[in-house]
Design a protein. Structure first.
Length: 317
């Protein structure tokens, strides 16, 4: 009986020891978040490959944009390669100002996140890309369940489109998809059948290099959008959806992984580089890991420059 008791105690000790060891191993890993759009997933693996070559253990954590900010503050994830000003600045900037997240500088790329349509729609609604043409052509964008209203296909991210629709009096409703993959599937179907579609898109993105299309020209930046609209609807209408693309980090990154900190600081992506990363995953059918390798070969000069950065993995006290 005593033998079985000792065996039970030994098993409990081993379980606790192995769990503690696993926790230590996780803490030694640099964790990179994986978000809902193609370029971020590919370029996160590119960065992961860079730091792995410096001897740093890396793992990846799927997480949505809203949840990543708390995780980045607490060190649950440690870096973010793509912080988009139009959709993320209102959360990102207060965290930076309160020293809860590090601003690691801007990429060379300039971004836009907006309503967009492929080239073939121009013939169906000739007055596009003017926003006034949306109501003129709302019926061609309608679906069976939209009661004659045009349908705008969006992703899971909130850009204030409902307020924009109200402010401009657009005869449209919003259909949200859970990720960019659903949006690209809709676009693929529309291209194959030459059906009208208006949807969320952004630049840099794979469509920059693979599909011709146009953004809707909304009256962003004007002091008045329509009538006497005020408040959140007016703000949504006048708010620009163009801006910078930045990098972010957990505040402890420099002391925990000084080499990763230096590489992230020097990393710079152009619009073309980001668009190609997205195309490899969204169009060409590579996995995230495969796309990262192909991308590294295409931009070998830049990759080698980042790889040759002299840095130390010794922790800063």
């Amino acid at each position: 009986m005593r033998f079985y008791f000792y065996c039970l105690i030994l098993n409990i000790v081993l379980v606790v020891y192995n769990q503690a060891r696993a926790d230590v191993d996780v803490k030694k890993q640099l964790i990179i978040p994986i978000n809902e759009w193609s370029s971020q997933r590919v370029l996160s693996h590119v960065f992961g490959n860079l730091v792995k070559n410096k001897g740093i253990a890396v793992s990846y954590q799927a997480i949505n944009v809203d949840d990543q900010w708390g995780a980045l503050q607490r060190g649950v994830v440690h870096v973010q390669l793509e912080v988009w000003q139009p959709s993320m600045a209102k959360v990102f900037e207060p965290l930076v100002n309160s020293n809860k997240v590090l601003d690691m500088g801007a990429h060379h790329a300039e971004v836009r996140e907006e309503w967009w349509y492929p080239e073939h729609v121009q013939q169906l609604c000739p007055d596009l890309p003017s926003w006034q043409a949306l109501n003129q052509c709302a019926s061609i964008f309608a679906k069976h369940s939209s009661n004659g209203k045009g349908v705008y296909f969006a992703g899971p991210w909130d850009y204030g489109d409902a307020e924009l629709i109200r402010s401009l009096g657009l005869n449209f409703i919003i259909k949200r998809d859970p990720s960019d993959e659903f949006l690209w599937h809709r676009l693929e179907q529309a291209l194959a059948s030459e059906m009208p579609i208006v949807m969320l898109n952004w630049t840099p993105n794979w469509t920059d290099v693979r599909v011709k299309g146009h953004f809707i020209d909304f009256p962003h930046g004007q002091t008045k959008c329509s009538g006497d609209e005020v408040g959140t609807a007016q703000q949504a209408c006048t708010k620009s959806r163009r801006g910078w693309l930045k990098k972010a980090a957990w505040p402890g990154l420099k002391s925990q992984w000084p080499c990763a900190y230096q590489i992230l600081k020097h990393l710079q992506f152009t619009n073309e580089m980001i668009a190609e990363a997205a195309a490899l995953l969204a169009v060409d059918g590579y996995t995230q890991e495969q796309a990262a390798i192909v991308w590294q070969e295409k931009y070998a000069t830049e990759y080698q420059q980042w790889q040759s950065i002299k840095c130390s993995n010794l922790r800063v006290p």
